[in-house]
Design a protein around this ligand. Structure first.
Ligand SMILES: Nc1ncnc2c1ncn2[C@@H]1O[C@H](COP(=O)(O)OP(=O)(O)O)[C@@H](O)[C@H]1O
Ligand SMILES: [Mg+2]
Length: 288
């Protein structure tokens, strides 16, 4: 699906393709991806492993060039690494010999920010994600979820225009993920951040986003863009509502139709020859 060019958009991704040359030949990672993002909008990309999600994020960050197409931010073409972004990866990559606060301040130091202001802001960010009192702890004294919270604070210390996240909760257990999703929502809504979030969790994408972009298997292209019209702030209880289940099911059905997910048929369904429909019915009933 392509979108009509929107000159007022903050981010404009236009006809982006990426082909990697490898020893075994060419790998087409992305194919003709176009979408726009408004300021203050939270967009998630959800898709299977290898569909080019990380590639898309790296191109949007200006860290790697596309093979064709272009990225514009505020109307200007991106042709070098962007300095107006905060970026969070799956692994928090903190320096072992610096405290939580020290790791966040590293970003402030490299940007030559005022030390006192940056330190106050770092403490504020840590408080928003429930880490008041942990400022002076070293990474080995923190849990995985805490370390990832620190890395999110580090990405936000310079008040970036655009927050880019590549499966930031991928390595965490389910309960910690739930908490971090809530923390992220609080950070993003307080600061009216514009965010691109990559995940393969359907629930995370629906929970956090204004729009979810569902990607096809490789070469990744846009399968569908879904407006999530749930009220904000979103609560964990909302995940149990029929509206939430409807959005999740729409994405699930795309994944089933594209072979990203495959259900196993029960004996009775095989006999009736009606397994596909009943599979969807089952999803529908359990989702609600
Ligand atoms: N630097 C690279 N060189 C060659 N192939 C790459 C490189 N980076 C990614 N790829 C390939 O491009 C495809 C998309 O990768 P990636 O963007 O990491 O997908 P995702 O993040 O959705 O899992 C994969 O097949 C991957 O092996
Ligand atoms: Mg990836």
């Amino acid at each position: 699906m392509t979108q009509i060019a929107d000159d007022h958009a903050y981010l404009c991704i236009e006809k982006l393709s990426k082909v990697y040359s490898t020893r075994d030949g060419e790998v087409r990672a992305l194919n003709n991806v176009s979408f726009t993002q408004q300021r203050g909008e939270f967009i998630s990309h959800v898709g299977p492993s290898g569909c080019g999600k990380s590639t898309l994020l790296m191109i949007a960050a200006g860290l790697i060039p596309p093979s064709s197409g272009e990225v514009r931010v505020g109307g200007r073409k991106v042709d070098r690494p962007r300095t107006d972004i905060g970026i969070v990866f799956q692994s928090p990559v903190l320096l072992d010999w610096r405290t939580a606060l020290g790791n966040i301040m590293l970003q402030a130091e490299s940007r030559k920010m005022n030390r006192r202001e940056a330190s106050a802001r770092a403490r504020e960010l840590l408080a928003t994600v429930g880490l008041s009192g942990f400022e002076d702890r070293f990474p080995h004294e923190l849990s995985g979820g805490m370390r990832q919270r620190v890395s999110i604070c580090r990405a936000l210390i310079h008040n970036p225009d655009h927050l880019l996240m590549d499966e930031p909760f991928g390595a965490l257990d389910a309960l910690t993920r739930d908490q971090l999703v809530l923390d992220l929502q609080a950070l993003v809504s307080e600061r009216r951040m514009t965010a691109l979030f990559i995940t393969h969790s359907i629930a995370e994408a629906v929970f956090l986003s204004d729009r979810v972009i569902v990607m096809t298997p490789r070469p990744g292209s846009i399968d569908r863009i879904i407006d999530i019209k749930l009220p904000r702030p979103r609560t964990l209880a909302m995940r149990e509502t029929p509206e939430f289940a409807d959005y999740s099911r729409e994405i699930l059905e795309l994944f089933l139709a594209r072979g990203v997910l495959r259900e196993h048929r029960s004996g009775a369904e095989k006999e009736s020859g009606n397994e596909r429909n009943s599979g969807f019915t089952r999803l529908r009933t359990t989702a609600r």
